[in-house]
Design a protein around this ligand. Structure first.
Ligand SMILES: CC(C)(COP(=O)(O)OP(=O)(O)OC[C@H]1O[C@@H](n2cnc3c(N)ncnc32)[C@H](O)[C@@H]1OP(=O)(O)O)[C@@H](O)C(=O)NCCC(=O)NCCS
Length: 394
């Protein structure tokens, strides 16, 4: 018997007039069941499928679901529903997802760095027919409460959650997610870049060891309590599991769209004293091919002055060589540019070296990094976000 054809039409909308108000006591945030999850994806497909068909988009979501970041409860798919809705599947009033991720939190007063599980939030969605009724705002308020103790050891709270807003700085700030610096530098893709020294190109099997090294360096950076400018500092751990999730996305899209596997994942330069500079990247494909971008997920410069006060010329040379290799890789893949988020002064100097017109762009609408700090006295504690780079995005 032939397999039943998958129904790819979005679920029909209920008459909005029959639905509860956004601040009704009958609304609750629940975990979506498998069929409901498929409905969420069929609804948000229009916003996020990019160049993929509905069928390929559902397959990509399954592919991502199989990654280490999503497995074992890493991914939670939430939806706002009416408690009295007895149907199966239930009517989805709004939906979103959270990823549990490893993080470090440093307290200046306690002079300690602790490991933490925090949350990245993504795919915030309300179907067009239900917009403007307050469902998204209500969902975020419920999510904020829910995540505080979600998947923590008994009695413990999480420290923070993060999201990357594509709708400016106000919507999420009203709900407790405060915008942080969201800048980037964009280098044009460029073929046959002349380089005196060529970096080593990185492939998947190189990443686990480099990520471990990166984590050790980051722990040292977080352990420096000399600055008086903050009470707490936080950082996502740029681990191999996180990189693998980004690479699962690019691999799926590369194979689907171009039937080509993206072998090269980054570039590394080693200096005479054995210290290294490297970057890890991932290709991001858009509906409009001209907007495809090679994103630098993470840059590590061993021995970099993390206060940003001192820029070492050898580091600048090394990062310039790695970024030149990224430009070349972007050109090979027909991409428009190489983008990196919140570059340090050393990284920016490297950009200027290979592209003197480089400038730091501050975004005010898309991919705004926003953070909700639970803390002891939220709103009064000064919290610095360390290593706020693209790898943290979800
Ligand atoms: C963004 C979205 C979830 C809002 O859903 P919604 O149910 O209409 O939102 P609510 O009714 O709860 O909230 C309305 C408030 O949000 C604001 N808002 C809604 N959409 C907005 C947008 N695209 N940009 C900025 N603000 C927006 C409204 O101005 C209104 O503000 P006010 O209360 O100060 O008047 C919905 O438009 C959507 O799903 N969009 C497509 C996907 C998307 O962009 N998601 C966000 C990714 S970061």
């Amino acid at each position: 018997m032939p397999a039943a054809k998958l129904d790819l039409s979005a679920p029909l909308a209920a008459d909005p007039a029959t639905l509860p108000d956004g601040n009704s006591p009958d609304l609750e945030l629940v975990i979506a069941g498998p069929e409901e999850l498929q409905h969420c994806n069929l609804l948000n497909f229009a916003s996020w499928a990019g160049p993929l068909s509905a069928e390929a988009y559902l397959r990509r979501e399954e592919h991502l679901y199989a990654t280490g970041l999503s497995q074992n409860g890493g991914l939670s798919s939430w939806m706002l529903v009416d408690k009295n809705d007895q149907k199966s599947p239930r009517t989805i009033l709004a939906a979103c997802e959270s990823f549990r991720k490893r993080a470090l939190v440093a307290s200046r007063t306690a002079r300690e760095v602790k490991d933490s599980w925090a949350f990245g939030i993504g795919s915030v969605y309300c179907r067009e027919e239900y917009r403007g009724k307050g469902y998204a705002v209500r969902m975020m308020a419920e999510l904020r409460k829910k995540l505080e103790y979600w998947q923590q050891k008994r009695g413990l709270r999480t420290d923070f959650s993060v999201l990357y807003s594509d709708i400016g700085k106000k919507f999420y700030a009203k709900n407790g997610w405060i915008p942080y610096t969201s800048s980037h530098v964009s280098l044009p893709a460029k073929r046959s870049v002349q380089q005196s020294s060529k970096p080593r190109m990185l492939v998947t099997k190189d990443l686990a060891e480099l990520c471990q090294k990166d984590e050790q360096i980051l722990r040292q950076v977080m352990n420096d309590f000399s600055s008086q400018n903050h009470d707490f500092r936080l950082a996502w751990i740029p681990d191999a599991t996180t990189m693998q999730w980004h690479h699962a996305r690019e691999e799926f899209l590369s194979l689907e769209l171009l039937e080509k596997f993206p072998e090269i994942k980054g570039a590394l330069m080693e200096s005479a004293n054995g210290k290294s500079t490297w970057c890890i990247w991932s290709r991001v494909f858009s509906k409009n091919q001209k907007e495809n971008v090679l994103y630098i997920l993470r840059i590590v410069i061993e021995g970099e002055d993390h206060t940003g006060e001192r820029v070492d010329s050898e580091h600048v040379e090394q990062i310039a060589a790695c970024l030149s290799a990224a430009q070349e890789e972007a050109a090979i893949w027909g991409m428009s540019s190489v983008d990196m988020w919140n570059p340090s002064p050393t990284v920016f100097a490297g950009c200027r070296k290979i592209h003197p017109a480089s400038e730091i762009i501050h975004r005010d609408q898309e991919s705004i990094a926003c953070m909700n700090w639970y803390g002891e006295r939220p709103g009064t504690e000064r919290v610095e976000w360390v290593a706020n780079e693209k790898f943290g995005w979800c």
